[in-house]
Design a protein around this ligand. Structure first.
Ligand code: ADP
Length: 259
């Protein structure tokens, strides 16, 4: 709490009162500390691939470059880490754009959900087929929503690609849309690894990952769910998750109907 006081003087310069201002700075402090945590996290996330890239380049310069097979293998690893850096930066830019834009400015359009769902699924099928995972969709005929189409498609892609990433082979994924009382509910259901309940609350925080190694292995940035949450909120909606560890998870986005 910050307290500032000053005397109130009358026309003749006599003191006729005083003003005391109390400012609650705890919110500001909290925001500042959130911001510096975020900067520390971003720096760490960016440093990890850079350290690997440097390491492999040094090994190449130390002689590995003369062995064509080794050189090829190391350069591919370097390229993979560079892709990761790119993915992190793309996600950070998406997040920052979402934070800056407000609801009024968003370009909202009425679109059919079936088409939106299918194009999101299409982006993920290649990856899914590598694990023999089929992605099914279910959407009532002519169900439409008033949304920013590329953003909702992005949110669906993030959820579907997570469902694929965090499932074992042969476990199918279902994407469903349904009309509910207050809007439209989009859900992505997997029969994957599932999430223990103690993690559920923090899952949508930036860079929160249950198994860092697995996320990195899968090319994750740790920002996918934070982006989904922001996209839902930008539409006045919300995200939710239900999961049973070892059984699978369902992530849902509620898009409220226009009021
Ligand atoms: P990442 O890039 O690591 O996938 P996300 O923000 O998309 O980042 O997800 C955060 C974490 O939540 C993941 O690292 C993973 O541990 C967990 N997670 C997300 N989706 C699922 C899912 N469908 N099944 C199990 N765990 C999941």
């Amino acid at each position: 709490l910050k307290v500032r006081g000053t005397n109130l003087l009358g026309m003749q310069g006599a003191r006729i009162g005083a003003v005391v201002v109390f400012t609650d700075v705890s919110r500001l402090r909290r925001l500042e500390s959130l911001r510096s945590d975020f900067v520390a996290n971003v720096s760490h996330e960016l440093k990890t691939p850079i350290t690997s890239i440097k390491g492999f380049i040094e090994t190449l310069l130390d002689g590995a470059i003369n062995d064509p097979e080794e050189a090829d293998r190391f350069l591919r690893i370097v390229a993979k880490h560079a892709d990761r850096l790119n993915a992190i930066i793309d996600d950070l830019l998406t997040l920052s754009r979402l934070e800056q834009g407000d609801k009024e400015e968003m370009d909202l359009q009425k679109v059919g959900l079936a088409g939106l769902m299918n194009s999101a699924v299409e982006v993920c099928t290649h990856r899914a087929s590598k694990k023999n995972i089929t992605i099914s969709t279910e959407c009532p005929d002519h169900l439409s929503v008033f949304v920013n189409p590329p953003l909702i498609e992005q949110a669906l892609i993030n959820l579907i690609s997570n469902a694929v990433k965090y499932s074992a082979e042969n476990k199918d994924v279902a994407v469903c849309a349904s009309a509910v009382d207050d809007g439209v509910l989009l859900s992505v259901k997997d029969s994957g690894y599932g999430i223990a309940s103690e993690h559920l609350e923090r899952l949508f925080e930036r860079f929160y990952r249950i198994d860092k190694g697995r996320s990195r292995q899968e090319g994750g940035t740790g920002l996918g769910l934070a982006i989904v949450k922001h996209i839902a909120q930008a539409h006045g909606g919300a995200v939710s998750v239900e999961s049973i560890f070892g059984k699978g998870s369902t992530f849902s986005i509620l898009i409220p109907s226009e009021k």
